[in-house]
Design a protein around this ligand. Structure first.
Ligand code: GRF
Length: 188
């Protein structure tokens, strides 16, 4: 049973998909903590509903990234967290977190990396007229969506889909692929 922390800043549909996979026995893990940097994020209610502890912080109340990351690392260590799982966490990680969890921090990104890194990746792909979008799961390094790839899945488009529809298709793949990929990783 791996002890994990999930970091998220927004809606938390991936948080819920991971929690559900754990409840169903598809993912052998325990969520020790939700770390969130947005005090009104919907993901906080989702964690509370499931009785999962939360650490919510406001970055600008700290003097530096190293300061808030040190606080996060102490919470993670206190909860015996072994893996950090990013699920819509909208901040670049600094050396404090990266050095505390080498090759034990994973992210999910809604594009076929290395294409369309950063924000609004699905919108970027559609604007560029792509006929395929996708989902990537990768180790996290100091760059934005640049770490070593673990899994990818492509989604074919006809070119007639609306943005909302494509976003839904991407989420649908994410909610299956993230638990599935972590289950394989944790089995090693
Ligand atoms: C997902 O599309 C994920 O790939 C990206 O952020 C989004 C988070 O969505 N990193 P949600 O909050 O899990 O619904």
């Amino acid at each position: 049973m791996k002890k994990i922390a999930i970091f998220a800043s927004g809606t938390g549909s991936n948080f819920d998909a991971l929690a559900q996979a754990i409840d169903d026995g598809r993912l052998k893990a325990e969520i020790q903590l939700l770390v969130c940097d947005q005090k009104h994020a919907k993901v906080i209610e989702k964690a509370e509903k499931r009785g999962i502890s939360t650490f919510v912080f406001t970055a600008k109340e700290f003097a530096s990234k190293a300061d808030y990351e040190s606080m996060i690392v102490s919470k993670l260590k206190h909860a015996n967290v072994e893996w950090v799982i990013l699920a819509g966490y909208m901040r670049l990680l600094g050396s404090t977190l990266l050095e505390a969890y080498p090759m034990h921090i994973i992210n999910i990104h809604p594009s076929l990396l290395p294409a369309y890194k950063g924000k609004d990746a699905v919108e970027q792909a559609i604007e560029a007229g792509e006929r395929q979008v996708g989902v990537s799961i990768h180790y996290v390094d100091e760059g934005m969506d640049t770490g070593e790839l673990i899994a990818q899945e492509a989604i074919q488009l006809t070119g007639r889909e609306q943005l909302d529809e494509v976003l839904q298709m991407v989420h649908h793949v994410e909610h299956r692929l993230y638990p599935q990929t972590l289950a394989l990783l944790f089995a090693d």
